[in-house]
Design a protein around this ligand. Structure first.
Ligand code: CA
Length: 656
């Protein structure tokens, strides 16, 4: 049991249930992975894996193992698990003048050729992903390669893009690489290689596409965008491309998208927008990049894009099974939710840590071999981002390998979703409920918690909590606070957050909701008697009950609230008042049980800001009775108009 700071109380109350992964789930010898069959899955459906960082990883000492624990060639293992495409990014020149790599695998064309050769040797095709940049290109940046920077005429740049692409494709061809598809640009959301005008973007894409066709006439030409949740942007990209295609520029085959479940909208949306584009323009569609976290943990001392810090949980728990279910459902969407979906490609599924000792050790390795997302050398090209925030892998928790390079069961999903493997359902992760408990009332913890089952369905399962009587008493005696209580459910560690609070049984206790829960009886028809919105005149919040009346003896009213469902027990009531110019007064707070007054407390008005709090003596309330609490105000007035403010009523249970 851990005590947390009270400050987190309000955060916790509004919290969506967190999902905690099963601890130490050991990969069984026979796969226990639950995989629902994807119907209608074509034989030649593309299951791609981007492994652009793999050469840098291997140079950094990373080793990969097969399911039997033997060291293996990563490409062989992937091919055996149903991966039939390898994707690799290509940067024009990711090195500084001294030859130091920018990182991210230092992926120039030579790297792509090596990766391509190894993919080809294992019977997999290559998907070449030209960024047309010297380093990362994505929706936030599409920087021009340094060698093209001086080319201010778009036609010179177009020629340079053509020659560069031709040269690259020829190198791949000379090495005997099976290229199946080529992307002309990466996540080119309205920008490419420094160009922002669609005409110029189309020129560059066209230059790339022509060069590819000259060397690999059979290869598919793909365009690639990000943010499918912005469907209108996708409509724009597709219609712009269509316009230029009709005018003889950039003929392409595949409209590709990134789809990261944390950020990119629902699968229904993905299905709808890809279907629209496929049908409107007669294109093949594909998910070019996707991934999902199997754990919140970071293993390389370099923060991850998704994880404990981000706290974004979308549809699947961060477990090995959750990762597999995410991939299975994305595949199902592309196959059965679009008319011409040809594949999905997982992004950097093998980019794991280069060491387990320290950031310093890893940093030295990242700098030397380019196995982090960026090295400090990248500052010559991208000083504002990569050159400043360089580091390791931001996706080691989204790989298909643990930190030692052993494959996760989820890697089998590609192979298994062809036939399906519906193993016996088990709990895979537990939701973590929040319980709010009155300090004066017994703590009631839930008997069940919701489990996310291996098929991603939710169901309640019995839970036992580890909370001693002593701890329970201490929680009740220590004032408002938040506690974490641990337990066990379905063989997993369960957790529940308990907010111990002094519960106020009144509705709209500070008049912030406008006072509808309160009954006002205005006996003398005061000139003003209503809930006022004025922060400086409120005890807390911005609203309070306000009264003012000009004539003498024109103030007499009650403000009260009746509670029908108060639990049996001992309670106390308090309420505050301030005001002025009231002359002789008769003011008191009161409590009635079934219409009978059981307690009162007098109150005085003594000037602006002098809040007087009435505390009616504690009273007992039997089961089934109606409890009314309120304040009676009668002012003679001094002739200037009696005025006052009432705020912050409290009806709390009493611990005794
Ligand atoms: Ca990391």
């Amino acid at each position: 049991m851990k005590l947390r700071m009270l400050v987190s109380l309000f955060l916790a109350l509004g919290m969506i249930p967190l999902l905690s992964p099963s601890a130490g789930a050991e990969a069984a010898k026979d796969s226990t992975l639950y995989v629902k069959k994807v119907e209608n899955l074509p034989e030649d459906f593309i299951f791609g894996m981007d492994v652009s960082s793999v050469l840098a990883e291997e140079k950094s000492g990373v080793r990969y193992y097969d399911f039997e624990g033997r060291e293996t060639d990563l490409f062989r293992l992937l091919a055996d698990q149903g991966i039939n495409y390898i994707r690799v990014r290509v940067w024009n020149d990711p090195f500084d003048a001294e030859g130091n790599g920018f990182g991210g695998g230092n992926c120039d064309i030579e790297t792509a050729v090596e990766i391509g050769k190894r993919a080809t040797a294992c019977g997999m095709k290559l998907l070449v992903d030209f960024h047309y940049s010297d380093f990362w290109a994505d929706p936030s940046k599409q920087m021009v390669p340094r060698a093209w920077k001086s080319l201010t005429d778009i036609h010179e740049k177009r020629e340079a893009a053509y020659r560069y692409t031709l040269e690259c494709m020829q190198k791949l061809k000379d090495a005997g690489v099976e290229v199946g598809m080529v992307q002309v640009g990466n996540e080119t959301n309205g920008r490419l290689a420094g160009e922002k005008i669609w005409m110029n973007i189309a020129y560059l894409m066209d230059a790339g596409a022509r060069a590819v066709r000259e060397v690999y006439p059979e290869a598919l030409i793909a365009v690639h965008f990000a943010n499918p949740e912005k469907a209108d942007s996708y409509r724009t990209y597709a219609s712009k491309l269509d316009y230029y295609e009709k005018n003889g520029l950039i003929h392409y085959d595949v409209f590709g998208t990134s789809y990261y479940p944390y950020w990119h909208g629902t699968l229904d949306n993905l299905s709808a927008i890809l279907t629209e584009i496929a049908e409107t323009y007669g294109k093949k569609v594909m998910v070019m990049e996707t991934s999902y976290a199997f754990t919140e943990e970071d293993t390389d001392f370099s923060g991850n894009t998704i994880g404990s810090g981000g706290g974004i949980v979308k549809d699947y728990p961060f477990t090995v099974q959750g990762q597999a279910n995410a991939i299975r459902n994305i595949t199902d969407t592309v196959v059965n939710g679009t008319p011409s979906g040809i594949g999905i490609c997982y992004w950097e599924g093998a980019w794991i840590t280069v060491g387990r000792n320290s950031w310093e050790e890893n940093h030295a390795i990242w700098e030397k071999y380019g196995s982090g997302w960026a090295s400090s050398y990248a500052s010559v090209y991208d000083p504002e981002d990569a050159g400043k925030y360089y580091g390791g892998s931001a996706v080691d928790n989204q790989a298909f390998f643990d930190a030692e390079g052993k494959p996760l069961e989820s890697l089998k999903v590609f192979r298994l979703m062809r036939e399906g493997q519906e193993t016996e359902l088990k709990a895979d992760a537990l939701e973590e409920p929040t319980v709010i408990c009155d300090l004066a009332m017994p703590l009631e913890l839930p008997d069940t918690v919701h489990a996310v089952m291996t098929d991603n369905s939710r169901q309640p399962i019995p839970v036992t909590w580890k909370l001693t009587e002593e701890e329970n008493e201490r929680m009740h005696a220590s004032g408002p606070a938040i506690y974490e209580v641990e337990g066990e459910a379905g063989g997993m560690k369960a957790r529940c957050y308990v907010s111990m609070i002094e519960y106020n049984y009144l509705r709209d206790d500070s008049f912030e909701e406008g006072g509808a829960a309160w009954k006002i009886t205005d006996l003398k028809k005061a000139d003003e008697l209503y809930v006022e919105d004025k922060k400086t005149d409120s005890l807390t919040g911005s609203k309070h009950m306000h009264f003012w009346s000009a004539a003498k003896n024109s103030v007499e009213f009650t403000v009260e609230q009746t509670i029908e469902d108060l639990p049996e027990g001992r309670f106390k009531f308090a309420i505050s008042i301030m005001g002025g110019d009231c002359g002789e007064t008769e003011i008191y707070a009161y409590v009635k049980v079934d219409g009978e007054t059981v307690g009162t407390c007098p109150m005085t008005i003594s000037g602006y800001g002098n809040w007087d709090t009435a505390r009616v003596p504690a009273f007992d309330h039997p089961a089934g009775s109606r409890v009314t609490v309120g304040v009676y105000v009668k002012c003679e007035g001094e002739g200037n108009g009696a005025w006052g403010k009432i705020d912050d009523a409290m009806l709390n249970a009493v611990t005794e």
